[in-house]
Design a protein around this ligand. Structure first.
Ligand code: ADP
Ligand code: GLC
Length: 483
């Protein structure tokens, strides 16, 4: 049995702000239990839903040296669908109204604490992993601490680490002096071949340098990040580690996202009856959100963090033009940067009845939008993988995407000559190229329903469950352990 410990800052069903949580909640379940004992360790945020907090059982606590102090570390435990979860408790770090804040130095301190705690709790847990699988910058210091101090101790000897990059944009950077002080790492870790990055200290870089293997969440993104445009300043390091870097596309959990069984949607449907049943979701959503009620009009959905990663500059640029004709309706669900929140509020006011802007977070509404929409717009500037388009595909809602990262790997563009495809795509980060692609999709939707429905068929039957990708993780673990 190989023992794997996932360390991450969020995970479904306990706490979620984005796709990372979906992956942490679903990949461990997909790994073969006959060969892998996979457990997950997360922070215990006080902002977790009470029903989730109620599931946690206290195990033990101790005090850990950190940042010149002796800090409380509590450990709690829960089990969900056969997976053991551990939680690190310290209310000074994990209190507050949401998992993350905009205070960078506080975030760096908090996740340095978490990373050190992840390693420190293991002997008392009686769980010695063969591999610690770290996710994103918040756990970047785990491979560093493992290398710098823990591996001198017999218990930790031989533990391997994997660093998965879900988003290279976020790296956890701050000045060297403060980070040295917080982490207690010696001077020689802050050189350009280790944690130093253009005079700052960089936690994700530390993880990439010291991990035994590196992965990211799609094959295309694994190639893109070796280039300056997508590399966020780390492309040369990623080139240098190219032999240890692989791209494994994410899957989604079809028990949570399934139009046949979804408890949130108005009318359940499947690949055989979507022609009649799916539209009932559209009508019900129009009514719920105060949109003009019509089963004919093409509805475009957007469910997203509202950040520039997701291509909202393009959308802002063509929104007037897009909504100037009666052919489309737009439904948005998202929160994020104020400028984009206000942009959608503005268009909701200007084109009331044609667009519905829902500036909040709602699991339920997200499912209703995946089910009700005809198309799903995701014109990202960059996209490590993207899960929203995978959810859309499974609900027969055709993605309109820019060909980048995981969007390029998972959406097959419509080929009108061969009648193949699962969606629509464009190449350049250009607002009118996007608009032309939306207009093309409208044309197929209105003038060639048979072709459209064939695409829906293809989309619903495409398999983006974890089965294939979980095997790729398994062979990486095997390779790392030399088994
Ligand atoms: P990212 O992780 O970059 O935000 P992904 O496409 O990988 O993008 O994952 C986004 C996840 O977050 C999806 O599960 C999506 O449904 C969900 N999501 C994003 N915004 C909201 C929101 N406002 N309400 C509910 N779910 C949301
Ligand atoms: C990040 C990326 C997204 C990816 C998700 C899960 O948030 O932005 O593309 O799907 O992580 O890996």
């Amino acid at each position: 049995m190989k023992r794997i410990l996932f360390a991450a800052s969020e995970g479904v069903p306990f706490i979620k702000t984005g796709g990372l949580a979906d992956v942490i909640g679903s990949l461990p379940k997909a790994l073969d239990k006959r060969y892998f004992d996979v457990r997950v360790i997360l922070p215990k945020y006080t902002c977790m839903k009470q029903e989730m907090k109620d599931k946690l059982k206290f195990k033990f606590n101790f005090y850990m040296d950190f940042h010149w102090k002796n800090e409380y570390v509590g450990v709690l435990e829960a089990e969900e669908e056969g997976i053991k979860y551990y939680f690190v408790d310290n209310e000074m770090f994990f209190g507050g109204p949401s998992p993350y804040s905009n205070d960078t130095i506080y975030e760096i301190t908090k996740f340095a604490f978490f990373s050190k705690a992840v390693l420190s709790v293991l002997p008392e847990l009686g769980f010695k992993p063969d591999i610690i699988h770290c996710h994103d910058w918040q756990t970047g210091l785990v491979p560093v601490y493992l290398h710098e101090r823990f591996q001198q101790n017999e218990f930790y000897r031989g533990i391997k680490s994997v660093m998965t990059i879900h988003n290279l944009k976020f790296q956890g950077k701050w000045d060297v002096k403060s980070v040295r002080d917080i982490t207690g790492l010696p001077d020689w870790y802050f050189t350009p071949d280790k944690l130093e990055y253009y005079k700052d200290a960089n936690l994700l870089k530390g993880g990439i340098v010291f991990a035994d293997a590196i992965t990211t969440v799609s094959e295309t993104y694994a190639e893109e990040i070796k280039m300056p445009f997508y590399g966020e300043g780390l492309h040369e390091l990623l080139q240098a580690r190219a032999n240890d870097l692989r791209g494994i596309v994410n899957g989604i959990d079809y028990t949570d996202f399934n139009p046949k069984t979804d408890k949130y949607i108005f009318k359940k449907y499947n690949v055989d009856n979507f022609r009649k049943e799916k539209v009932k979701n559209k009508k019900a959503l129009q009514k719920e959100l105060g949109l003009e009620e019509s089963d004919k009009v093409m509805m475009i959905g957007i469910v997203s963090r509202l950040t520039d990663q997701k291509g909202f500059d393009l959308i802002a640029y063509i929104m007037d033009e897009l909504l100037s004709v009666d052919a489309v309706q737009v439904v948005v669900l998202g929160t994020g940067e104020e400028r984009y929140e206000n942009m959608f509020r503005h268009f909701d006011w200007k084109f009331h009845g044609k667009i519905s802007a829902n500036i909040y977070y709602s699991e339920e509404l997200s499912h209703k939008i995946y089910a009700a929409s005809d198309a799903f717009l995701m014109p990202s500037l960059f996209e490590p993988c993207g899960l929203s388009q995978l959810m859309s595909l499974h609900y027969g809602t055709l993605p309109i995407v820019r060909e980048t990262g995981g969007l390029k790997d998972t959406v097959i563009p419509y080929n009108e000559y061969e009648g193949t495809g699962t969606g629509f795509s464009f190449v350049n980060y250009n607002a009118h190229e996007m608009l032309a692609t939306i207009r093309y999709a409208e044309q197929v939707y209105y003038d060639n329903k048979r072709a459209w429905n064939k695409l829906v068929d293809n989309a619903m039957m495409a398999d983006y469950s974890w089965a294939v990708s979980a095997e790729k993780y398994q062979s990486m673990y095997d390779w790392l352990l030399g088994w």
